[in-house]
Design a protein around this ligand. Structure first.
Ligand code: PLP
Length: 428
């Protein structure tokens, strides 16, 4: 075990001389005391350039569902690399992967590949507008669907309309976006009464993972499904986080509500840049008919499809045993964290959905709505995440944790001990 972050600090300074912001994704700046530089990663562990080892619960922001450098993943990518890393033509791997998605994801009749979750959402919105001939899109406050202009909004977005999330964003791109509070049936019904047949799509995470792992309240998604069907509005589930993570069928299989279109990313390719939009064939056929353009030099890249097929095959083994293990380890871990926090007298809350969960400090419980999540003590959890990092546990400062199939009981029990030490130091 190393003893500090000196090399990471030096490399961060070096990086800033040639890389804008010193990081490749703005989100990585949140890591304190410094955005660490990885040397390598294996299984549930990540090792940094200072010689520190971490039990990793960031998992590359979600994709590493098998853990790092899983032998099947490595072998699949190696074998494909030997046969060519990009063809720009069709290949068998695309069919194999699309078949797996159609087999497992209830809404998937046809599939189209791209590289990132943001792109998949973009394709889904384009398809919805083309299919319905309408413009308006409902998006829920606090949900993140990627950084593209027509869906990226500031947390200030609310009743008065959508607010751009960044400088340089075309404000007109948000002009047809209708923001709504999530888990609020009345607001949803009022929106359909007001805009009725003008709504091209409603896009939602089926479980609000990015802002607190908030589950849908009983009946909420079912009502959303009814209203969208009745008004001819396309229902898009953004399963970039939940797809292949909650189970092979994602949140839609777990919750029993089937959308018209689904976006997949992150876990589907186990850490390679591949995403997909999948759904009803009458909508997806707009791509087949060449009425909706969807292009991309690296779409369906063979290294990525090979990695994705290998990942899904590993997840399918023994009737989905990996999911059952991840679930029970997550329960073991979150129970331990809750027990320690309660013993220490801290207002600590865990919202869990399968092997992904959000931890926060908040006085009111349960945290079921975005406005409650916003009121949590975010700074206090970020301080705890920094303490945890120093103890060798890597967690997002926002409080979103992912567990992989490579995590073992010993990792989870170690994490609980380190959490206890971190919590005590936080109180000092
Ligand atoms: N949708 C959801 C629900 C996400 O969580 C993310 C990323 O975190 C995206 C879309 C965008 O995916 P990507 O970062 O691959 O563009």
């Amino acid at each position: 075990m190393g003893s500090g972050f000196d090399v990471s600090r030096r490399m961060y300074e070096e990086s800033k001389q040639v890389l804008a912001a010193g990081v490749a994704s703005n989100l990585r700046l949140a890591m304190k005391p410094v955005p660490i530089f990885a040397e390598r990663a294996q299984g549930s562990k990540l090792f940094d350039v200072d010689g520190n080892a971490y039990i990793d619960y960031i998992l590359a922001y979600g994709p590493q569902i098998l853990g790092h450098a899983h032998p099947r993943f490595v072998e699949a990518v190696r074998r494909q690399a030997e046969r060519g890393q990009a063809f720009g033509t069709q290949h068998r791997g695309e069919i194999e992967l699309a078949r797996k998605i159609v087999q497992h994801v209830p809404s998937a009749e046809l599939v189209s590949f791209c590289s990132t979750g943001s792109e998949a959402v973009h394709v889904a919105l384009r398809l919805s507008r083309a299919f319905t001939g309408r413009k308006k899109i409902v998006k829920f406050e606090g949900q993140y669907h990627g950084w593209f202009d027509n869906v990226f909004t500031s947390p200030a977005t609310g009743g008065d309309g959508a607010v751009p999330g960044t400088a340089g964003q075309d404000p007109l791109a948000l002009s047809e976006l209708v923001p709504l509070p999530w888990n609020d049936v009345e607001a949803l019904e009022a929106c359909f009464r007001r805009y009725g047949e003008q709504l091209a799509a409603v896009v939602t995470e089926p479980i609000m993972c990015n802002s607190g792992c908030l589950p849908p309240l009983p009946g909420y998604l079912e009502r959303l499904r009814e209203l969208t069907a009745a008004h001819g509005t396309v229902l898009i589930f953004d399963e970039v986080i939940t797809g292949f993570r909650l189970g092979l069928g994602g949140a839609q299989a777990a919750l029993g509500v089937t959308p018209d279109l689904t976006t997949l990313g992150k876990a589907v390719a186990g850490g390679m840049p591949l995403s997909a939009v999948a759904g009803r064939s009458d909508i997806m056929e707009l791509i087949a008919d060449n009425r909706v353009t969807h292009m991309g030099t690296l779409n369906g890249n063979p290294l990525c499809t090979a990695a994705a097929v290998a990942t899904i095959e590993a997840l399918e083994e023994d009737g989905g045993a990996a999911y059952r293990r991840m679930e029970s380890l997550t329960v073991r871990l979150t129970d331990a964290l809750e027990e320690i926090a309660s013993r220490e007298g801290l207002p600590f809350i865990v919202n869990r959905c399968g092997p992904v969960f959000h931890t926060m400090f908040a006085e009111e419980r349960p945290v079921e709505r975005y406005e409650q999540f916003v009121r949590r003590d975010a700074a206090r959890f970020a301080a705890l995440a920094e303490r945890l990092l120093r103890e060798g546990v890597m967690v997002r400062p926002s409080g979103l944790w992912y567990l992989s199939a490579a995590h073992a009981e010993a990792d989870v029990d170690d994490t609980a001990h380190r959490f206890e030490r971190s919590v005590r130091k936080l109180k000092e």
